[in-house]
Design a protein around this ligand. Structure first.
Ligand code: HEC
Ligand code: HEC
Length: 573
C-alpha cells in the first residue's frame, strides 16, 4: 500500500503551519523520478532493508515525543526539518510505521522477539534536488540529513521522558499500542537508563555538520575503539565531516572512501559502516570491560545476507541523467565543446581508466598536490588508539586495528551464516593514503555541494579562482546554471564558514597564481567553465572519456605509513 499523494499533502500542510517562512520553499508539491536502472519494487526494498543498526525498539521510536513535548519525535514535520525524505514513502511490512526513506525495522527473530528500529544505506545515500516546487529523487545520491541532530534530539527526547512521570505514562501507553509488551515496558525503559546517561558523543568535540555531512570514519573508529572496547580515552573529536558520497559505479572503483583507504571489498567496508552506525558488537563484557571469549567476541547484529543483497543491488544503479523537463534543455553544441575542454583539462584525473576486468582505476591525488582540506585523510592516517585489549599496541592506527576486527567479524559472519567459501571475500587490508581520490564525474551535477567536505557550493565555484568564504548549506533548491544548491537558507541550514579547519574550501584551484598551493591548472575563462558545466550535465556512459589501463596504479605514499604524523611534526631545520 502506498501512502502516495494524500500523505504528501498532509505532511505539506502540517509543515506550512509549523515552519513558517521556510515552509513553501522547502515543501515540494511535484515529484519526479529518474530511471536509474533499478525497478521501483526493488528500490523500495533497498530503502528499508535492515543492515543491523540497532537504535531503539521500533515501538519506542513510534511513541516517543520530542524533548519539548510538542509532537511525536518521528512526525513528518520534525523529520523533514532534519532533512529526511518523508514524502512518497511506502508503508508496508518493511516500513510499517511509514517512516522516511532509509529507516528500518528489524525482523523480530533477529532481535529477541522485539522489532528494533534502525537505518540503512539509503538514509545517507539518497539525494533530492528541488527546483521551483518539483523534487527530483537521486537514488544513491548525497543525502541532506542532519544525523547528529537526529541522534541528539532523540536522546534528549528520551531523557525528557525519563524525567517527567506524566509524559512517561503517555509514552508507555503509546509504546504498548505500537506493539511493545505491556509487562516489559516499565522495566526495559528503566534499564535503558535515560535519566542518567548523556547522549553518546556529547563530550567529544563535533564540528557543526549541518545537513549533508558526517565524520563517518572517525565515528567508526570511536565506536569500535572507545565504545565497543570500552576505552573512553580512545574517543577523538569529530572534526572532519564529509559529504555523503554518491554510490553509482562505486563497486567498480579500484579504491573507495574519499581518501581511497579500501579496495572494493564491499562486505568488509559495510561491516565497518554498520559498526559505526550503531550496530551491536560484543568485543568486551559490558560489566567488566574484559575481552569476551570467541566466538561471542566477534558476533554482531550485522545482517550479512542483507548487506550483500544491497551491495549487489547497487551494482545495477546507474548515474542519474539530467532531467531536462525540470531543469531545462542541454545545449548540445556547447556540451561538445565542453567535452573537448574536459578531455584536455580534467580527464587525466577524472576520466574512466578501464582495467582488464572491467573495473575502473581511480587515482588518489596527494594532499600536497590537490591542497583540499586535509582533515579526513590526516585523521585516518595519523590518529592512534589504545588497542592493547586486542593484543595490539597502545598506539595503534585505525587502519591497523580495524583491519583485525573487521576481518575477524567477517569470518564469524561467514561461519554463522554457513557462507560457501566461493562466496567469501578475502581478508581486507586497509591503507593510509596521503590524499583524495579523483573519481569519474558522470552524474556529479546531482550531488552538491562539492569536494569531500562539502565546502564548495557549485561546480562553477570549484572551477573558479575565488570561492565564497561562507554560504548557506542545507537547502535543496537547485541552481541549474552553476550546478549546485542555491545560497538561499533552508530550514535547519547552517552558514558554512570555510575558514574553520575541517571546512576549508581550498585546493583544486584553477588559477594563474602559480605559487598558490593546490593549483592544478590555469584560470579558466567563464565561457570555458560554462562549456565544461554543459558537458557535465550531458555526461553519460557513452560519451564520457575512457581509456584502457593494464593494471591499477599504486596508491601514493604507501612506503611511509607514518606520513600524517610526520607531516604534522615540526619541520626539521
Ligand atoms: C550513517 C550514514 C551512512 C550509512 C547508513 C551508510 N553510509 Fe556509506 N558512507 C557514508 C559516508 C559519510 C561515507 C564517506 C566516508 C569517508 O570516506 O570519509 C560513506 C562511504 C561509502 C562508500 C565509499 C564511497 C566513495 O566515494 O568511495 C560506499 C561504497 C558506501 N558508503 C556504501 C554504503 C552501503 C552499501 C551502505 C549500506 C550497507 C552504506 N554505505 C551505509 C555514510 C553512510
Ligand atoms: C590533478 C587531478 C585533477 C584534475 C586535473 C582535476 N581534478 Fe577534479 N578532483 C580531483 C580530486 C583529487 C578531487 C577530490 C578532492 C576532494 O574531495 O578533496 C576532485 C574533485 C572534483 C569535483 C568534486 C566531486 C565531488 O563529488 O564533490 C569536481 C566536480 C571536479 N573535481 C571537477 C573537475 C573538473 C571539471 C576538472 C577539469 C576542469 C577537474 N576536476 C580536474 C582531482 C583533479
Amino acid at each position: 500500500m502506498s501512502k502516495g499523494w494524500q500523505s504528501v499533502l498532509i505532511a505539506g500542510t502540517a509543515l506550512t503551519v509549523a515552519a513558517g517562512a521556510f515552509a513553501e520553499a522547502d515543501t515540494p508539491t511535484k515529484f519526479v523520478a529518474i530511471d536509474q536502472n533499478i525497478d521501483p519494487a526493488t528500490l523500495t526494498r533497498y530503502h528499508h532493508t535492515d543492515q543491523g543498526t540497532r537504535l531503539f525498539p521500533a515501538a519506542w521510536l513510534a511513541a516517543i515525543e520530542k524533548a519539548d513535548g510538542s509532537a511525536k519525535f518521528m512526525n513528518a514535520e520534525n523529520l523533514r526539518r532534519l532533512g529526511f525524505l518523508v514524502d512518497n514513502v511506502v508503508v508496508d511490512k518493511m516500513n510499517p510505521f511509514g517512516w522516511p526513506l532509509g529507516f528500518t525495522v528489524s525482523d523480530p527473530k533477529t532481535t529477541g522477539g522485539i522489532p528494533v528500529a534502525g537505518f540503512t544505506c539509503a538514509l545517507c545515500h539518497t539525494g533530492q534536488i528541488e527546483y521551483k516546487g518539483t523534487a527530483v529523487r537521486i537514488e544513491g545520491g548525497q543525502a541532506m540529513i542532519d544525523l547528529p541532530g537526529f541522534i541528539d534530539g532523540l536522546f534528549a527526547a528520551f531523557a525528557a521522558t525519563a524525567k517527567d512521570p506524566s509524559r512517561q505514562a503517555r509514552f508507555f501507553a503509546d509504546a504498548i499500542k505500537a506493539g511493545y509488551p505491556t509487562d516489559r515496558i516499565k522495566s526495559d525503559f528503566e534499564a535503558a537508563g535515560f535519566g542518567r546517561a548523556a547522549a553518546p558523543g556529547t563530550t567529544l568535540f563535533q564540528l557543526e555538520t549541518g545537513r549533508g555531512r558526517l565524520d563517518a570514519v572517525q565515528g567508526i573508529a570511536n565506536q569500535v575503539f572507545a565504545s565497543d572496547l570500552m576505552v573512553p580515552t580512545n574517543g577523538k573529536s569529530l572534526d572532519a565531516p564529509v559529504n555523503f558520497p554518491y554510490l553509482w559505479d562505486i563497486w567498480r572503483l579500484s579504491w573507495v572512501q574519499y581518501n581511497g583507504f579500501l579496495p572494493p571489498q564491499a562486505t568488509s567496508r559495510n561491516i565497518g559502516e554498520v559498526l559505526g552506525s550503531r550496530g551491536e558488537a560484543h568485543l568486551v563484557d559490558r560489566k567488566t570491560g574484559a575481552l569476551n571469549p570467541e566466538p561471542l567476541r566477534w558476533q554482531t547484529s550485522i545482517q550479512l545476507d542483507n548487506i550483500v543483497w544491497m551491495e549487489k543491488t547497487l551494482e545495477s544503479l546507474h548515474a542519474p541523467t539530467w532531467p531536462a523537463d525540470v531543469l531545462g534543455p542541454i545545449d548540445r553544441a556547447k556540451a561538445a565543446r565542453g567535452r573537448e575542454l574536459f578531455v584536455a583539462n580534467c580527464a587525466g584525473c577524472h576520466g574512466i581508466k578501464e582495467l582488464p576486468d572491467g573495473n575502473w582505476d581511480v587515482a588518489v591525488v596527494s594532499l600536497k598536490h590537490i591542497g583540499t582540506d586535509p582533515g579526513q585523510a590526516t585523521n585516518w592516517a595519523g590518529r592512534t588508539y589504545d588497542a592493547s585489549k586486542l593484543g595490539l599496541s597502545a598506539e595503534t592506527a585505525a587502519f591497523n586495528g580495524l583491519d583485525i576486527a573487521v576481518n575477524a567479524i567477517r569470518k564469524q559472519l561467514y561461519a554463522d551464516n554457513n557462507t560457501p567459501v566461493a562466496e567469501q571475500e578475502p581478508d581486507v587490508h586497509f591503507e593510509a593514503p596521503c590524499g583524495y581520490k579523483a573519481r569519474p564525474l558522470i552524474g556529479v551535477w546531482a550531488t552538491p555541494p562539492f569536494l569531500h567536505n562539502g565546502s564548495v557550493r557549485t561546480v562553477y565555484d570549484l572551477l573558479s579562482d575565488t570561492r565564497p568564504a561562507k554560504f548557506n548549506s542545507g537547502g535543496r533548491e537547485y541552481d541549474p546554471v552553476h550546478l549546485g544548491y542555491t545560497d538561499d537558507p533552508g530550514p535547519d541550514s547552517i552558514v558554512l564558514d570555510t575558514s574553520v579547519p575541517g571546512n576549508s574550501n581550498a585546493g583544486h584551484w584553477w588559477t594563474d597564481d602559480t605559487s598558490r598551493p593546490g593549483r592544478i591548472g590555469p584560470k579558466l575563462a567563464d565561457a570555458d567553465k560554462f562549456a565544461i558545466i554543459e558537458f557535465l550535465k550531458a555526461a553519460n556512459y557513452d560519451n564520457y572519456p575512457s581509456v584502457k589501463r593494464a593494471k591499477p596504479a599504486a596508491l601514493p605514499c604507501q612506503d611511509d605509513k607514518n606520513w600524517a604524523r610526520n607531516m604534522s611534526a615540526p619541520a626539521a631545520k
